[in-house]
Design a protein around this ligand. Structure first.
Ligand SMILES: Cc1cc2nc3c(=O)[nH]c(=O)nc-3n(C[C@H](O)[C@H](O)[C@H](O)COP(=O)(O)O)c2cc1C
Length: 123
């Protein structure tokens, strides 16, 4: 499963073309299975508040972080939400995407999902 948050539709659009199981993060979402997180970047390199709360409850089952940002924010702030979560929880970053990303990003996510999430669910 990929749990995602999207405000202006970029993450939602990527999720739509990936054909992997997904669910949108809600205020009180609690997860029972290994999952990937897919978030956007807010503020000046911030983790969206909804996502911070979600990770406080569910980080233990999170196996990877996918993050969308906008390169126009500059190198230091680009997709920084992902780096912050990586640092806080020591969860690997699967992919950083510029806005809606590109085909090679999709392939990277699909491969990681097969390798890590499908395998976890088998064991
Ligand atoms: C108010 C605001 C602040 C943002 N801050 C950053 C930022 O610091 N770094 C970054 O890489 N992208 C930043 N972005 C870009 C978004 O993370 C990017 O457009 C992302 O694709 C949005 O995903 P969504 O359409 O699913 O909400 C910001 C966008 C907005 C509207």
């Amino acid at each position: 499963m990929i749990y995602f948050a999207s405000r202006t539709g970029n993450v939602r659009s990527i999720i739509g073309r990936l054909s992997l199981p997904h669910a949108e993060i809600q205020r009180h979402t609690v997860v029972q299975e290994p999952f990937l997180l897919f978030t956007y970047t807010d503020g000046l390199g911030e983790v969206p508040e909804l996502v911070s709360g979600f990770m406080e409850r569910n980080s233990e089952l999170c196996k990877g972080i996918i993050v969308s940002g906008n390169r126009n924010y500059g190198h230091a702030l680009f997709a920084l939400a992902g780096d912050k979560l990586n640092e806080q929880y020591s969860i690997p970053i699967v992919c950083k995407m510029d806005l809606r990303g590109k085909e090679t990003d999709d392939e990277q996510i699909q491969k990681y999902y097969e390798r890590v999430i499908r395998n976890e669910n088998l064991s």
